[in-house]
Design a protein around this ligand. Structure first.
Ligand code: GLU
Length: 463
């Protein structure tokens, strides 16, 4: 058997973190078993589906690198197929026309409610052996209902939650086609999973209630059932359903904020799945490890600080040229001047360890790509008469010193010793004069990267 999984988002908004995690698990499961991963766009809700949302899903999947092997299949393009199956089911007697108006159905439900029973469709138009159906009302268009089994249970062994049983008495004869002939949600999902030969349905547990309906439809069609796995939701740190209050919920806000896709994938993988205490792993490793046995039965909590920590890890690991290409546009927007300045990849090498996002990295690296403009008050505080002779000596010696960090460092120490100063007494004014700010990486590294000409020019301005 070839494992075939799918991700089946409804394009009604952005691709959110929960959706991306479902996609990741489905993708990894297929990859783990050398199977196929299918992308299906469930766009039958015409009022809520938009082309922009389809694009957002495709963009998100591409950014994360979750490549599909088949699709994207669009449900709206499969209408003929759904109609064909509905016709077959009407023929086979597993579905039937129902001519009740919505008002009549509501009245029926009200009667059950009043009698203290579960509100449901009463089966008026359900064909039974020996039953005479009411006369067809003239000019009224029917809906098509699925002939759900009346008795017995639907049971499946959920690969995440364990065995789940729902009584057929809980399930109405579901409408599978509306009056205008359009098929309904659960029906389309069942037909698609069948046609696309899906073997494992991994999805959010908000779909648990749909599963028995889909199973009954598949059984009526004689289809082989997929295995189902319902993954618990992602909650905010406060235990509430994840929402904007907890940080960005749209996947594509993360590249905009300077997150790397490998960090997002690694972080999402740990939301509801674990491999011992492993926190940091590659997707290759994840695919090798991933199975449904280690999916958690309880909801995961979204923790933005941890995501930032994971991102910091991957920024530290990332190739500097790659990072440079990612941060350059951000820095250009901030007015960075790259001409005559040190290579961006070198600046990044110096700054990246302490930044959690690419945007922070861009901000930090700006140090090398803008004219320093030290505040007068800071100049007065740090460039005092007491340190000026030492600064002058430093500026003099820097003309000839060997341009290596070690030599620069030895030279600085010598100046300190000659003037009986402590490191900050000289490092702070140097930082201020050369970069315009007091917070920088080690002054020797900064000086080395700027280069002799720039350092000399900047010191000369104030000395
Ligand atoms: N289209 C559904 C959703 O976006 C998912 C359906 C499924 O996975 O079966 O919630």
């Amino acid at each position: 058997m070839t494992v075939r999984t799918r991700f089946a988002p409804s394009p009604t908004g952005y691709l959110h973190l929960g959706g991306a995690r479902t996609a990741l698990f489905s993708w990894a499961y297929a990859r783990h078993f050398g199977g196929k991963f299918i992308l299906r766009i469930e766009d039958t809700d015409l009022e809520r589906s938009t082309p922009e949302a389809v694009q957002a899903i495709l963009d998100g999947m591409q950014w994360l690198g979750l490549e599909h092997d088949e699709g994207p299949f669009y449900q709206m393009k499969r209408m003929d197929r759904y109609r064909e199956v509905i016709a077959q089911m009407l023929q086979a007697g597993t579905a039937y026309y129902c001519y009740c108006t919505p008002e009549e159905v509501e009245a029926m439900r009200e009667r059950f409610r009043a009698a203290g029973e579960k509100p449901r469709y009463d089966g008026t138009w359900r064909p039974e052996a020996g039953k005479t159906l009411p006369p067809v009302p003239e000019g009224r268009k029917p809906v098509v209902r699925f002939r759900n089994p009346l008795d017995g249970d639907v049971t499946w062994n959920d690969v995440v939650k364990g065995p789940i049983t729902i009584s057929n008495r809980e399930l109405d004869d579901l409408i599978i086609a509306r009056q205008d002939g359009t098929p309904t949600y659960n029906f389309c999902v069942a037909i698609d999973d069948w046609d696309m030969k899906i073997t494992h349905v991994i999805r959010g547990d908000d779909h648990v209630n749909n599963t028995p309906r889909q199973i009954n439809i598949l059984n009526a069609l004689g289809a082989t059932l997929p295995q189902y796995g319902h993954v618990p939701m992602i909650l905010g740190a406060d235990g509430e359903k994840l929402s904007k209050r907890h940080g960005a919920v749209s996947v594509m806000e993360y590249p905009a904020q300077g997150y790397l896709p490998e960090a997002m994938l690694n972080y999402l993988a740990r939301l509801g799945w674990s491999h011992g205490d492993d926190e940091i792993f590659s997707m290759e490793q994840f695919v090798a490890w991933f199975d449904t046995d280690h999916l958690s039965k309880s909801p995961a909590q979204f923790n933005p600080e941890k995501l930032a920590w994971v991102n910091n890890h991957y920024i530290k690991q990332a190739d500097n040229e790659r990072l440079a290409n990612l941060v350059r546009p951000v820095m250009e927007r901030e007015g960075a001047q790259f001409e005559g300045a040190p290579p961006l990849a070198s600046a990044i090498a110096l700054m990246k360890d302490r930044t959690n996002t690419l945007n922070e990295l861009a901000d930090a690296a700006m140090l090398f790509y803008r004219q320093p403009n030290p505040e007068a008050a800071l100049l007065a505080q740090h460039v005092t008469d007491a340190v000026k002779p030492a600064l002058a000596q430093y500026a003099e010696q820097i003309r000839t010193v060997e341009w290596k960090k070690e030599a620069l460092s030895a030279m600085l120490k010598q100046v300190l010793a000659d003037h009986k100063l402590k490191m900050p007494q000289l490092a702070m004014p140097l930082r201020l004069l050369i970069t315009g700010q007091l917070q920088t990486p080690s002054i020797d590294a900064v000086v080395e990267l700027f280069g002799r000409e720039t350092v000399l020019a900047r010191l000369a301005k104030y000395l």
